[in-house]
Design a binder for this molecule. Structure first.
Ligand SMILES: [Zn+2]
Length: 344
């Protein structure tokens, strides 16, 4: 009898213990199984990784030996933190998720919004921070020179008026960009070209597109700027060189250039003058985007001569400018544009 009552008491104690443990919800850190890319952001700077090796490294660091907590996260993003690294995952096919790694009151955490807050060691934080720092690689002199030259020559892509990945441009768009890059040729003016040359030098050479088919080339506004003659594989310019009406060569100011994995990244500011068809011979307006120059909106400043322009550019606050990111890949000795991004 005595033994039995002892068992009953024990069972009751166990139940109470179990209940108190259960009243605190346990959270488990959820990491995407196979993200397509991960963007790490720290101090207003960001680095995107896409190689399987780097993605795996980050996932392994975050996972540790498995993370469980009873500390609930009830917000979109943490506050009162220092040394924060924001981590954005892009998932396949579509979708994103975010978590934060940070320091707070001399302790380190991973916070998954509306999930949990997981304490990590200082060493774990340091290895992630070091990994982040090591991602950005400085360019050699030759790469620096070649890419700057390419950026300068690629001003025609501004006329797309949008962010794009080169692989997603239509046949018409790639043809138009390639053709406008081709002409006019220095000292020769507007000469004709064959599709074969266009394909080798620009469509494939500069944009990495080898899937284009030749046809008449139309302007952004729909007007035909070049006729294609299949008999001799030749493109010839229209007599009015209509495409020049749309041109507005930007003034570029490179912010930084670096390499991440196999990508070469250029961040720059652009300032656009009026497009040719809008220009006024006595005063010159400048805009943060090509579309603003077309629509005459968001004027940054107006000047009447070169000196005024120099001064206006010097005193223009960076926050008023629009920054752009151009990403290249080096293939067979040629820097191919893979992405053009207007950072709003
Ligand atoms: Zn046009």
């Amino acid at each position: 009898m005595k033994k039995r009552s002892l068992l009953v008491v024990l069972a009751m104690v166990m139940t109470v213990l179990l209940m108190s443990a259960c009243s605190k919800t346990e959270y488990t850190l959820n990491l995407p199984a196979e993200p397509t890319s991960i963007t790490l952001t720290k101090d207003d700077d960001d680095r995107t990784i896409m190689t399987a090796e780097n993605i795996q490294t980050v996932l392994t660091m975050l996972k540790g030996s498995g993370r469980i907590t009873t500390d609930e996260s009830t917000q979109d993003s943490p506050s009162g933190t220092t040394d924060e690294i924001k981590i954005d995952f892009a998932h396949n096919p579509e979708g994103t998720s975010t978590l934060f790694v940070y320091k707070k009151a001399d302790k380190f955490y991973i916070e998954q919004p509306y999930n949990g807050i997981y304490e990590i060691t200082a060493e774990e934080y340091d290895s992630l921070s070091k990994f982040y720092d090591g991602l950005k690689v400085e360019l050699g002199e030759l790469a620096d020179f070649s890419i700057k030259k390419r950026v300068d020559k690629l001003k025609v892509v501004d006329q797309m008026g949008k962010s794009f990945k080169t692989s997603e441009l239509t046949n018409d768009e790639v043809l138009r960009l390639g053709y406008c890059l081709f002409g006019p040729t220095q000292n020769f003016g507007f000469i004709s070209t064959t599709f074969e040359d266009l394909q080798r030098t620009y469509l494939n050479g500069w944009f990495g597109r080898s899937d284009c088919t030749p046809k008449d080339i139309t302007c952004f506004c729909g007007e035909v700027i070049s006729k294609y003659n299949p008999a001799n594989d030749e493109f010839t310019w229209d007599d009015n060189f209509h495409y020049l009406d749309h041109s507005a060569k930007s003034y570029d100011e490179i912010i930084e250039m670096y390499q991440i994995e196999d990508r070469y990244v250029v961040k720059l500011y652009k300032i656009f003058p009026d497009i040719m068809m809008n220009s006024n011979p006595s005063q010159f307006n400048f805009y943060p985007t090509y579309n603003d120059a077309v629509n005459k909106t968001n004027v940054l400043f107006t000047v009447t001569n070169e000196d005024e322009f120099e001064n206006a550019v010097k005193s223009l606050d960076d926050s008023k400018k629009t920054s752009y990111t151009m990403t290249f890949k080096l293939v067979k000795g040629s820097y191919k544009l893979v992405e053009y991004k207007i950072n709003d």
